[in-house]
Write a protein that binds this ligand. Structure first.
Ligand code: OMP
Length: 274
C-alpha cells in the first residue's frame, strides 16, 4: 500500500486506528476452543467487527510463533483474511546482517502478504536496507518505544543527543516517507514535539494507548502532520491491541470489540477535523 492510499483510507473512514491482533489462545472466549482453529476464528470475528473503524491491523508474530506450526498457520490465514483496503503490519521486530534481513523481507513481503514489518535498528544500515527495497512495502523502525526499558538505551545520551534521536535522524536518511515509518510509544508523549522536529513527514506507528495508559488526545495534538499546502496528512497509526480485542471474554466479544473500536474512531474523527 502506498502512502497516499493509506492517507485516503484514513480520511475516508475518519480513523487512524490500527487494531493489534495479539491473540493469546489462553485469553480468547472459551466457546471458540472447539473450533478447528480457535485463534483464526477469533481473529476473523474481530476483523469483521472492527474493519469499518480501523485502517490497519498489526499481527504480533510472537503470539503465533509461541504455538509452533499451528500458530504460523493461524497467522497466515489471518493475514490473508484481512481486506486489501487495510494496511497489514507484521510486528516481528526483525533486523540482522544483510543477507539474513533479505530472507526476513522475503518471508513477510513475498511469502506472506504484509505491507510492513517492524524492524529493530540496532544492527545498522545493512540490517534495515533489505526491507526498503520492495516497492510499496514499508519498514517500521523502532524509535522510542513505550516500555520501561526505553530508558536503558534509547533515552541515553550519545554526544549531545539521545540515542533514539540519533536513530531517527540517521535511519530517516536510509529511506523516505514512502517506505519508512517509526515506532514511537504513546507513553512518551513529552517527546512527541521534539520527534516531529527531527522527522516532520514520516508516519508514526504509535502503540501504548489503552492498556499501557498513553493518551490519544495528547499524541494526536502533538504529532499530526500537514503537507506543504497545509493539508492535514494525519501521519499517525495508533495501535490498540488488548483494549479492543479483549473487550469481553463472553460470546459477545466481537460486538464489544466493535464498540471499543467505534469509541476510538469517534475520538479520532474529532482530531482529524482540526
Ligand atoms: P497493547 O498494550 O495491548 O495495546 O499492545 C501493544 C502492542 O504494541 C504489542 O503488540 C506490543 O508488542 C507493541 N509495541 C509496544 O507495546 N510498544 C512499543 O514500543 C512497540 C510496539 C510495537 O512495535 O508495536
Amino acid at each position: 500500500m502506498t502512502r497516499s492510499q493509506l492517507i485516503d483510507q484514513i480520511f475516508q473512514k475518519q480513523t487512524y486506528l490500527c487494531v493489534g491482533l495479539d491473540t493469546d489462545i489462553n485469553k480468547i472466549p472459551k466457546h471458540l476452543l472447539s473450533s478447528p482453529d480457535p485463534v483464526y476464528e477469533f481473529n476473523k470475528q474481530i476483523i469483521e467487527a472492527t474493519k469499518d473503524y480501523c485502517v490497519s491491523y498489526k499481527i504480533n508474530t510472537a503470539f503465533y510463533e509461541a504455538r509452533g506450526v499451528k500458530g504460523w498457520e493461524s497467522l497466515e490465514k489471518t493475514v490473508n483474511y484481512i481486506p486489501d483496503t487495510h494496511f497489514k503490519i507484521a510486528d516481528a521486530k526483525r533486523g540482522d546482517i544483510g543477507n539474513t534481513s533479505s530472507q526476513y523481507a522475503r518471508a513477510f513481503f513475498e511469502t506472506l502478504n504484509f505491507d510492513a514489518i517492524t524492524v529493530a535498528p540496532y544492527m545498522g544500515e545493512d540490517s534495515v536496507k533489505p526491507f526498503l527495497e520492495y516497492k510499496n512495502k514499508w519498514a517500521i523502525v523502532l524509535g522510542l518505544t513505550s516500555n520501561r526499558g526505553a530508558k536503558d538505551f534509547e533515552m541515553q545520551k550519545t554526544g549531545n543527543e539521545f540515542l533514539y534521536e540519533k536513530v531517527l535522524r540517521t535511519v530517516s536518511e536510509w529511506g523516505n516517507d514512502e517506505n519508512l515509518m517509526f515506532v514511537v510509544g504513546a507513553t512518551q508523549a513529552d517527546e512527541f514535539l521534539n520527534i516531529r522536529k527531527i522527522i516532520p513527514g514520516h508516519f508514526l506507528l504509535v502503540p501504548g494507548v489503552g492498556t499501557q495508559g498513553g493518551s490519544l488526545k495528547d499524541i494526536s495534538e502533538k504529532a499530526m502532520i500537514k503537507d506543504a499546502s497545509n493539508n492535514l496528512q494525519c501521519g499517525l497509526l495508533v495501535n490498540v491491541s488488548r483494549a479492543v480485542i479483549y473487550a469481553s471474554d463472553k460470546e459477545d466479544f466481537a460486538e464489544q470489540s466493535k464498540l471499543e473500536a467505534i469509541k476510538y474512531r469517534d475520538e479520532m474523527k474529532n482530531y482529524l477535523a482540526h
